[in-house]
Design a protein around this ligand. Structure first.
Ligand SMILES: [Zn+2]
Length: 337
């Protein structure tokens, strides 16, 4: 969809005071489209321009051409074009760290399996997590270099949360396993505000830089307290299972322009909201891990929607690794069978 039109529609639906279920559903779908910027589109005029007789070309044919061309572009020049424009025309900076904290090699790859950066030169690996540096280790180097964030939760008043990368670069060793922390944002952070002894290890982020970088209501949580997120290969297994189990439904929905997928989240109050709307299951497979990481894989679901008169009904697909029950879902009401 053209971006200006998308923004106008989104603004229009956002402004409806008491939206119906249908209006809320459309608004959520439009919201799901906002992060995606349109590259190009193909029309019958393009075929005409190349001498084709389009009188019998159906919308399904056009969909097919568009899908194949998009696939070819993604497998071909897409990433190179994006990188060239981002770096050469717009000079968008690369994210540090671009080189190994130990040997300085720039041959660093990201291993999706382990979630770590791995140096191809010396084999050193590091994550994007933080390490709490406190007595007997000395965090003053990091404070002087303005690296990391202060910790007010220990007896060492110079203690600091620093990126694992900087820890390894300074100390030349891996941090101890029980020193890892992660900033957990709202609303998930609310789960770590209890009064048990382990909750006492969590610390609300209240320093100026921390607030600016992570936002309000974010909490430092020890990594050991966080549920283990599935690895990339586990996500693939989850999605392959869904793909096999619902092969027929997926084949129909992929081919039908009136059907689409939604990756939706079950909220704490029992309601749901849509995070992503996708035209194909391949698209679902690409965005599912990101949604699951933000909201928990147990709360992340997939379903298929069809353009119909209200109420818009859905064909259920469960994306959950444990709960495999068929699930019927309609906006605002989730019915578990
Ligand atoms: Zn290295």
């Amino acid at each position: 969809m053209e971006r200006e039109l998308l923004k106008r529609l989104h603004g229009y639906f956002a402004g409806i005071a008491n939206p119906t279920e249908e209006e809320r559903s459309i608004f959520e779908q439009l919201t799901g489209k906002l992060p995606f910027f349109h590259i190009t589109s193909v029309s019958r005029d393009d075929l005409r321009a190349r001498g084709f007789d389009v009188t019998r070309v159906s919308d399904t044919d056009m969909e097919h051409i568009a899908r194949e061309m998009a696939g070819d572009y993604c497998e071909g020049a897409y990433w190179d074009d994006m990188e060239a424009i981002a770096s050469q025309q717009l000079e968008i900076p690369r994210r540090p760290p671009a080189c190994c904290p130990v040997c300085g090699s720039e041959l660093v790859c990201f291993d999706f399996e382990s979630g770590k950066h791995v140096c191809q030169g010396c084999g050193r690996a590091w994550s994007d997590n933080y390490v709490l540096v406190q007595f007997p280790e000395d965090a003053s180097h990091f404070e002087e270099s303005e690296i990391g964030y202060p910790c007010f939760n220990t007896e060492d008043n110079g203690a600091r949360y620093v990126p694992e990368y900087d820890y390894i670069r300074h100390f030349r060793k891996d941090p101890a396993a029980n020193t890892f922390f992660k900033p957990v944002g709202w609303p998930e952070s609310q789960n770590y505000l209890g009064e048990t002894s382990i909750d006492a290890l969590c610390e609300p982020i209240e320093d100026e830089k921390g607030l600016a970088d992570f936002g309000p209501q974010t909490i430092w949580v020890p990594l050991c307290m966080l549920g283990k997120e599935p690895s990339a290969s586990e996500y693939k297994a989850i999605l392959d299972e869904v793909r096999n189990k619902f092969a027929d439904e997926i084949a129909v929905a992929d081919a039908d322009p009136d059907k689409w997928y939604e990756v939706f989240v079950t909220d704490d109050d029992g309601g749901t909201h849509t995070e992503k709307s996708c035209d194909t299951f391949d698209e679902v497979a690409r965005c599912f891990p990101g949604v699951a990481e933000s909201f928990g894989v147990d709360n992340t679901n997939i379903d298929i929607w069809q353009n119909r008169e209200s109420p818009v009904n859905t064909l259920p697909i469960s994306g959950k690794p444990q709960r495999r029950n068929l699930k019927t879902h309609r906006y605002g009401h989730s019915i578990y069978q």
